[in-house]
Design a binder for this molecule. Structure first.
Ligand SMILES: CC(C)(COP(=O)(O)OP(=O)(O)OC[C@H]1O[C@@H](n2cnc3c(N)ncnc32)[C@H](O)[C@@H]1OP(=O)(O)O)[C@@H](O)C(=O)NCCC(=O)NCCS
Length: 205
């Protein structure tokens, strides 16, 4: 049996929710984790944008996308304002931008290419749906420990990761799979490890 990347369906939702706790342990705020009702709503609104990696019936990884209007992408506002919160109330079926809301690979399955395979599924969707870009705002969870030893700003840190002079457990893989760094968003979400900031990333077809 091998790991398959498949569209999310109702049978995967419980497993994908359980994965959230493993992937975003404290101090990440628990209230920001997906609940069952959120994933059912994503599936209902945008089935083409939700993927999981499964080994038989076990969910090893998941990736959720929204589709948002050009103005929302250009505004580069907070996570909440961009996607409209966990129920994705700013979903726009004609929107120009596929927006990565979350990607989660089980800790025991990391470093085996599942993140890359989920990104390939996202990029295939980008081509198939004819959107202008894929975009996302990426956590930088190793910033806090880097800042404690260097005193540098989050802007300095992201630049260092982009130059491969520092390694971030989340931003480094996302740059490796082919996303381009555009900017650093300060006060993006409540995320103390990342200094509440995120790296804005893009991929165009
Ligand atoms: C970030 C994450 C999705 C990566 O998934 P993954 O399946 O481990 O990634 P892959 O195995 O596909 O690796 C992709 C590339 O990144 C590299 N990479 C992966 N983890 C790395 C790490 N910790 N440090 C440096 N490079 C790393 C791999 O070597 C690979 O590069 P290569 O193909 O050029 O060799 C995963 O670590 C995760 O779920 N993290 C917790 C949740 C999270 O923070 N999600 C993102 C929210 S913005």
């Amino acid at each position: 049996m091998s790991v398959q990347i498949v569209p999310l369906s109702a049978e995967h939702v419980e497993g994908a929710v359980a994965l959230q706790r493993l992937c975003f342990p404290p101090p990440f705020p628990e209230e920001l984790l997906w609940k069952v009702e959120h994933l059912h709503r994503h599936h209902e609104l945008f089935p083409d944008g939700q993927f999981v990696a499964v080994l038989g019936s076990e969910v090893l990884a998941s990736a959720s996308m929204a589709r948002i209007a050009e103005e929302r992408w250009q505004a580069h506002a907070s996570w909440d304002e961009t996607v409209g919160g966990p129920f994705m109330t700013h979903f726009d079926p004609e929107g120009s931008t596929l927006y990565g809301m979350d990607i989660s690979v089980a800790p025991s399955a990391r470093g085996q290419g599942l993140g890359r395979r989920l990104y390939e599924a996202r990029f295939d969707a980008l081509a198939r749906l004819g959107c202008r870009r894929f975009g996302t705002a990426c956590r930088v969870p190793d910033y806090a420990s880097w800042a404690a030893s260097t005193g540098g700003t989050v802007q300095d840190y992201v630049a260092a990761v982009a130059r491969a002079e520092a390694i971030d457990r989340t931003l480094t893989p996302l740059l490796r799979v082919g996303l381009d760094l555009i900017a650093v968003l300060e006060e993006y979400m409540d995320d103390s490890e990342s200094g509440n900031a995120a790296a804005l990333l893009e991929r165009t077809p």
